[in-house]
Every structure is written in structure tokens, then in C-alpha cells.
Design a protein around this ligand. Structure first.
Ligand SMILES: CCCCCCCC/C=C\CCCCCCCC(=O)N[C@@H](Cc1ccc(O)cc1)C(=O)O
Ligand SMILES: [Zn+2]
Ligand SMILES: [Zn+2]
Length: 422
């Protein structure tokens, strides 16, 4: 092994391959009575093509003006390398953790983690492992991304939205395009899709954990926004109407509906028998998969359109962000030690992560890495010109370096707690 030689040679570290390509590390602690935790990241990336308009080849890691450009720099190689580099440094300087911990690196997160994370979680479950908390990718430090918010905020994901991929299809008689019937499979399906887009899922802002984001950040807004956010019991319907105007904030207001694939027809002069479309919905924490499916049926309201659930799951449970929540408080303490001017708040992850496969091992799952998101950066996520500054990469290493040491505290940090033991 040439990379991370100390990690791979240390007596404290046990490494194993899972499902051929995923990695599980166990770093032994000196105090077995302390409940271990898990740092999670993934190796795989979504595709990228330079022809989409990248300023540098997406797999070159080219440096431009202090930024490393490349697919995966944000999602999720930054955290993955940061964790391993931090462990390498700690072991090099002779650090032996008191609290044992796992590092799991999945290889198929972008394909829902069915092989990597699922098998790692199964393995840990078979061994009877219980975890104090899990830290995975997800939210970030936003700076200038939320309109009106004064100063940067570290958003720690305490839950994530649910998922539904639904296939809609219509089958009608095929025929010659010179004698078209009044309605075709494509037309019927297009009308159904149009009804779904014209009738978004209900506004649920304020009924889920997204409420906590704004309550925590209220004091960082100027009048009248700070007053509005401090009184969401009254103003959440008003705020929802503002947030729904932009796609990234609309995601916090409702279950989103995205038509992602539409197929029908093979030749310009044949009326096709069959047309199909796929819709991907991200389910708000205050709704269930079943409620979303019922709404799709009532909105489409056409017996000729077949509706099939391809894959779905409910929103994830909400992890605690209170003063006794060890994982949340450790992440918060580590962020504040490094970035004292940042406001730390709980948030909801609008995408899904490998961590959801580990729900049986802990109730405390947090989704965060200290990656700085300035205006325009959220669009780099799965988009073009994904990049991280060299300074921010160093901060990632420092963050995990401090976090691992902070986890050796037996109790939740003093400033936030009455000293509950784990
Ligand atoms: C009001 C506050 C505004 C704050 C704006 C924050 C901007 C953050 C920008 C983007 C973050 C969203 C991405 C979160 C991580 C998602 C990881 C991911 O890409 N997952 C995929 C693949 C997947 C993984 C696991 C599954 O079970 C399903 C799918 C995804 O499609 O979600
Ligand atoms: Zn990711
Ligand atoms: Zn991703």
C-alpha cells in the first residue's frame, strides 16, 4: 500500500474489503466501555463530461486559482481523503484513541448503496455493533447561499427526505400517423405528467425538522426576517411562499416532483402503442410514501395511465440535536473550534446518503462536512466545475483530525450539557 502507509500498517487498525470494492476500517480504542462511532464516505462519483462546459477536464484534478477541479472533489472524495489523511497524521504522531471507531467507504453510494453500504451495515449488525453516532456526507457550511442570512452557517443534517421513483405508462392502439386518433399514448401520458407538474405536492414547511434550521438561524437575519423566523407558528405559510420560488429552497417546503425520463415512439410516422415516464419524488419529512402515492393517483386521475412504484422509502427518522446529543455536540464543538464565527444549526438533507442503511445501528445519524458553499457552489454538486479550494481541503483534514480527538471525551461537551455519560 503506498497511500496512507501508517493506517495500513498500524496494529490499531483492522481493514477489510466488503463486496469487493468497499472498505471497512476498525480503529481500536483503549477504553472498550466507550461506545464506538462511524465515519462514512463514498468512493464512487456521478459521471462527468468535459463537453458539458467544464473549465478543466473533470478527472484531471487541475488546479486553477487555488481550487482543485474534478468530479468528486465535493462529493465525496474530499471527506474520504480528509478522514484517511487525518487518521494517518494521528497515528504517525503516536495517537491512540480512547474511543474505538469505524470508517466505512462505500463504492456504490450514487447507485443507492445496495452493495457497499448495505453489506457493511449487515456485517456490523451481525457482529452486534451499536454505534454512538454516524457522521456522513450531506450538508455543508453555507455562506451567502441563504438570502438575508448574515454570516456563514454550518448546517448539520439531522434527517433526510424520503424517496419515490414512480413509472407512469399508457398503452393505446398503434397505427399510421396519417390517420391519428384523437388521443395517443404519448398525449395521454404528457397530460398526466403536466397535471403532476402543475399541481405540486402540498406545502409542508414548518411541519418537519426544516423548521429548526430557521429557528436556529433567526437571530442572524435582519428585521423583519428575524421576527418572521422567530414566530414560525404564525408566519410559516408566508415564509413557505417565499422559499418555494427557488428550486433549492423549495426542496425544504414540500415533496418535490421531478420528471426524469420520458420514452415513447420509434419512428416519425408510427403512432406508438406505448409510452412511459419516470418521476422521482423527494418526500418531505411530514409526509409518507403512501400519502405521496395516493396524491399521485388522485392528481393523474386517468385510469388509462398505469402507475407503478419502482423504488421508495419514507423520510428518515430525525436525530437529536439537543444538548445531550453526543454526536451533534461533538460535531458542533469541532466546527466552532475551527470556525468561531460560524452559526451551527440542524438541517434536513434534501438528497439521500449511504447512512440510511445504518439506521438499525444508531438513532444518531448526522450528515455534514465542513465544505464551504458560496453562491453558485450548490449547483456544482453533480454539476459542472465541481471543485474544492486547497485551503478547504486542508480544513477537512483538520476537522476530522480534531473530531477524532474530541470523540475521546467521555461526556457531551460541558458548555452544552449537564454531563450525560454514554
Ligand atoms: C434553506 C437552506 C438552503 C441550504 C442549501 C443547501 C445546499 C446544499 C446543496 C446540495 C446538497 C444536497 C445533496 C446532499 C447529499 C446527497 C448525496 C447524493 O447525491 N445522493 C444521491 C444518490 C442516492 C444515495 C443514496 C440513496 O439511498 C439514494 C440516492 C441522491 O440522488 O440523493
Ligand atoms: Zn455523495
Ligand atoms: Zn452524489
Amino acid at each position: 500500500m503506498t497511500a496512507f502507509p501508517t493506517v495500513f500498517s498500524s496494529k490499531l487498525v483492522h481493514h477489510q474489503l466488503v463486496a469487493n470494492y468497499s472498505h471497512l476500517f476498525w480503529v481500536q480504542g483503549s477504553q472498550p466501555d466507550l461506545v464506538p462511532y462511524l465515519l462514512l464516505a463514498h468512493l464512487d462519483v456521478v459521471p462527468a463530461s468535459e463537453s458539458d462546459g467544464w473549465d478543466a477536464p473533470p478527472f484531471s484534478a487541475k488546479e486553477i486559482d487555488g481550487f482543485i477541479y474534478g468530479r468528486g472533489t465535493i462529493d465525496d472524495k474530499g471527506a474520504l481523503m480528509g478522514i484517511l489523511q487525518a487518521l494517518e497524521y494521528l497515528l504517525m504522531k503516536g495517537y491512540a484513541p480512547r474511543r474505538g471507531f469505524y470508517i466505512a467507504l462505500g463504492h456504490d453510494e450514487e447507485a443507492r448503496g445496495g452493495k457497499g453500504a448495505v453489506n457493511i451495515a449487515r456485517l456490523l449488525k451481525e457482529r452486534g455493533v451499536q454505534l454512538s453516532f454516524i457522521l456522513d456526507e450531506g450538508l455543508a457550511i453555507v455562506d451567502g447561499v441563504i438570502s438575508g442570512l448574515q454570516g456563514p452557517a454550518a448546517l448539520i443534517g439531522i434527517s433526510e427526505k424520503g424517496w419515490a421513483t414512480v413509472k407512469l405508462s399508457a398503452t393505446m392502439a398503434p397505427g399510421h400517423s396519417s390517420m391519428p386518433p384523437r388521443e395517443t399514448s404519448i398525449g395521454i401520458l404528457a397530460a398526466a405528467i403536466n397535471r403532476l407538474e402543475e399541481n405540486p405536492m402540498p406545502r409542508l414547511f414548518g411541519y418537519g425538522p426544516e423548521r429548526q434550521i430557521f429557528e436556529h438561524l433567526a437571530h442572524k437575519f435582519r428585521l423583519p426576517l428575524n421576527f418572521i423566523m422567530s414566530n414560525l407558528w404564525l408566519f410559516s405559510p408566508l415564509l413557505a411562499r417565499v422559499l418555494e420560488r427557488k428550486p433549492d429552497t423549495n426542496a425544504f417546503v414540500r415533496t418535490t416532483t421531478a420528471v426524469t425520463m420520458f420514452n415513447g415512439g420509434i419512428k416519425e410516422n408510427i403512432i406508438p402503442a406505448y409510452a412511459e415516464a419516470f418521476v422521482n419524488l423527494r418526500i418531505h419529512s411530514a409526509q409518507t410514501l403512501q400519502e405521496v402515492l395516493d396524491l399521485i393517483h388522485s392528481t393523474v386521475a386517468d385510469q388509462r395511465v398505469k402507475i407503478e412504484l419502482i423504488h421508495g422509502f419514507d423520510p428518515l427518522p430525525v436525530s437529536s440535536a439537543d444538548e445531550r446529543a453526543f454526536g451533534f455536540q461533538i460535531v458542533k464543538k469541532t466546527v466552532l473550534e475551527m470556525f468561531p464565527t460560524v452559526t451551527v444549526a440542524p438541517g434536513v438533507c434534501i438528497g439521500n446518503t449511504d447512512s440510511r442503511h445504518f439506521s438499525d445501528l444508531t438513532r444518531n445519524i448526522y450528515r455534514f462536512a465542513p465544505i464551504w458553499f458560496k453562491p453558485g457552489d450548490p449547483q456544482r454538486f453533480h454539476g459542472i466545475n465541481e471543485r474544492i479550494s486547497k485551503k478547504n481541503y486542508e480544513e477537512l483534514v483538520e476537522f476530522y483530525f480534531s473530531l477524532i480527538q474530541n470523540c475521546d471525551i467521555k461526556n457531551v461537551p460541558e458548555a452544552h450539557s449537564s454531563g450525560h455519560e454514554l
